[in-house]
Design a protein around this ligand. Structure first.
Ligand code: UDP
Ligand code: MN
Length: 631
């Protein structure tokens, strides 16, 4: 409710809201008092009921404490009733609009003796030298990646406006939710944003669910984060400050915080966030019902320049592209269709790095963060993939909202570019199976790095095995099929050595070359999609489906069973020709029948059956395998 979103307000509203507690104003007032005075003061403009309410609210908030006096306030007009005996209208901004407004007031004041009368004068003052202000802002921007000057002028206890869907307000949560440890890792964070984050957690989280806030200082080297911070924190109930004696990055810092945490649920939060009322309960509630859920609030934007809070309206989910870069996107239409209520959790391929919650034990059991990943970057994609593939799930909860300052630029020096590439290569090597080739094809720096040094991922691969995690192909098929579509799959023909996985829609398995010999050739079976070479097929322009790079076999038929035989080439009436339909059927040209996956003893084999487009076991997708030329 009390958002200080001044861009939407007129200069006059700003004037009314900022009457008290502004050092710059007082200075100006003193100056003005030295000038000749006449009639008693009048308000420059009557405040509307809305303005007054807003003003009162504003005053209440600024008295809540922590509101630093802005040194370079965006004030444009000085309210006349601040000065008991003057008749000036003061304009500190020479821009056209406030000036026009001031002249209008002047004319009105001159006409009315009560409002100042004939002798009212207009005083045009220069605003604080813009060079200084800009310089300060520039410095802040370089150091932080956001406008620190503006951040400092905002209350450390500001409350965000209510933006939740009305149905969210009707949700009821148990009184016995698990407790939360909030872990806020920071490196050279601005005083204002860091403490606003801490305060906003304390102001919004019900005490009985808030076990602790753990601040992890990642060896910051800025003065304000030393003794002053320790002192500030020592006065806060339930807030601990851990100082690392070496740089850990967000990954190591969060691991450290998690190791010290004692709450049931860990909530990792960036050090420049603001929590919305009621943000915590939905997160805890979802995890209470299933501890393998990794949940995220809707993460709204706090503008890096104005610190205005922007909330998203449509449901969003977290995703990533083939370069493994994370972004938010609106949920797809098919998902939208079955959503019966705006309060339903949104299944999300990935969780953002900014704020996320998960059960503390589950976090450790599922492999925490990869300790082999360095500092910062792609750790959220790694965590999401791992959780999905190893039996958990990832969701965004529309009734939980937290604002995050999205920086304009990365303030770290040296920038983490190289580190991020290293992290990405690790993620690809551990989790992408043969699909890593698509990644390497799209992300050149990672490809080059992987040629120089493939990281040692043994431990993470063992973890993957120990947890019986699924293949990346499963993720592509079931959780984020759109990633596939983003790959160019144009045409099956023509592309030299274009390979595909033959993916069966009905069973979720892939055609696999079996080495066991049977009299009629090599049977083609269905097994879990691994993306390995014994699942790579090619479809050429004489309509053969070929298998293998060195020795070539073609898909053939023996007694209605689909097998691999030596290729016969383009012979008339060949049994080895297939029509791959866009709809997904693979039709045997010779018989007009379709390939169907059929249970054959313990395994699933492929047989020809009359085509029936309603049988999903007859539906196939040719999924492209990209093999980067690694020379
Ligand atoms: N951070 C840290 N050590 C680092 C880099 C970042 O502790 O070396 C903290 C940072 O202060 C923030 C969180 O990790 O609280 C995430 O970093 P950042 O906000 O820069 O990431 P972004 O939101 O831009 O992805
Ligand atoms: Mn951040």
């Amino acid at each position: 409710m009390g958002l200080r979103g001044w861009p939407e307000l007129s200069p006059f509203a700003v004037m009314w809201r900022r009457r008290w507690g502004c050092g710059f104003l007082l200075l100006l007032a003193l100056l003005l008092l030295l000038l000749p005075s006449g009639h008693p003061p009048q308000q420059a403009e009557p405040a509307s009921a809305r303005d007054t309410a807003r003003q009162q609210q504003e005053e209440r908030e600024s008295h809540q404490g922590g509101h630093l006096p802005p040194q370079h306030s965006p004030l444009q007009l000085i309210p006349l009733d601040s000065f008991s005996a003057d008749q000036f209208i003061v304009v500190t901004q020479r821009a056209a609009r406030p000036r026009r407004r001031a002249y209008r007031l002047l004319r009105a004041a001159k006409r009315s003796p009560e409002a100042g009368g004939e002798s009212t004068r207009l005083l045009l003052l220069d605003p604080p030298p813009p060079a200084d202000r800009r310089q300060l802002e520039r410095q802040g921007l370089q150091r932080r990646g956001f406008n620190e000057t503006v951040s400092e002028s905002i209350s450390l206890h500001r409350r965000l406006p209510e933006v939740r869907h009305p149905l969210c307000l009707q949700q009821e949560y148990s009184q016995n939710l698990p407790t939360a440890s909030i872990i806020i890792c920071f490196y050279n964070e601005a005083w204002s944003t860091l403490l606003r984050t801490v305060n906003s957690v304390m102001d919004t989280a019900p005490k009985k669910f808030l076990k602790e806030i753990i601040l992890v200082d990642d060896l910051s080297n800025q003065g304000h984060l030393k003794a002053s911070l320790s002192e500030y924190v020592s006065k806060l109930d339930g807030v601990k400050l851990i100082r690392s004696n070496k740089r850990l990055g967000v990954i190591g810092g969060r691991l450290l915080g998690a190791a010290r945490a004692t709450g049931d649920v860990l909530i990792f939060m960036d050090s420049h966030c603001e929590c919305h009322n009621g943000w915590l309960e939905p997160l805890l509630d979802r995890i209470a019902h299933d501890r393998t859920r990794v949940v995220s609030p809707v993460i709204d934007g706090i503008d890096w320049k104005t610190f205005q809070y922007y909330h998203s309206v449509d449901p969003q989910r977290g995703v990533f592209n083939w370069k493994l870069d994370f972004h938010w996107e609106p949920i797809p239409e098919y998902e939208q269709k079955w959503r019966t209520s705006p309060t339903i959790p949104v299944q999300s391929p990935a969780v953002s790095g900014g704020v996320l919650a998960m059960n503390r034990h589950y976090f450790q059991n599922v492999g925490a963060y990869d300790p082999g990943m360095l500092m910062w970057g792609t750790e959220n994609v790694e965590l999401s993939l791992r959780v999905w593939l190893c039996g958990g799930s990832v969701e965004v909860l529309p009734c939980s909202r937290v604002g995050h300052v999205y920086r304009k630029s990365v303030p770290y020096s040296p920038p983490y570019e190289e580190i991020v590439v290293k992290n990405k290569v690790r993620v690809a090597e551990v989790w992408l199976d043969s699909f890593k080739e698509i990644f390497y094809k799209q992300d050149m720096p990672s490809y080059l790095l992987s040629k120089i040094a493939v990281p040692d991922c043994m431990e993470r691969l063992q973890l993957r095995k120990r947890l019986s995690c699924k293949h990346f192909h499963w993720f592509l098929t079931n959780i984020y099929p759109e990633l596939y579509l983003s790959e160019d799959k144009s045409g099956y023909f023509g592309a030299a050595r274009q390979r595909f996985l033959l993916y069966n829609v009905g069973t979720g398995y892939c055609a696999n070359y079996e080495t066991k010999w049977s009299t009629g050739g090599y049977p083609v079976a269905l097994t879990q999609c691994s993306g390995h070479g014994n699942q790579h097929f090619e479809y050429n322009n004489i309509r053969e489906i070929r298998f293998g790079a060195m020795v070539q076999f073609c898909i053939d038929v023996n007694n209605e069973q689909v097998i691999l035989q030596n290729c016969r080439g383009n012979r008339l009436e060949s049994q080895q020709q297939w029509d791959v339909q866009k709809s997904g059927e693979i039709i045997h040209v010779f018989t007009g029948k379709c390939i169907e996956a059929i249970k054959n003893g313990p395994s699933k084999d492929l047989f020809l059956r009359p085509c029936n487009k309603y049988t999903t076991q007859q539906l196939w997708r040719l999924e492209k395998v990209i093999i980067a030329n690694k020379g």
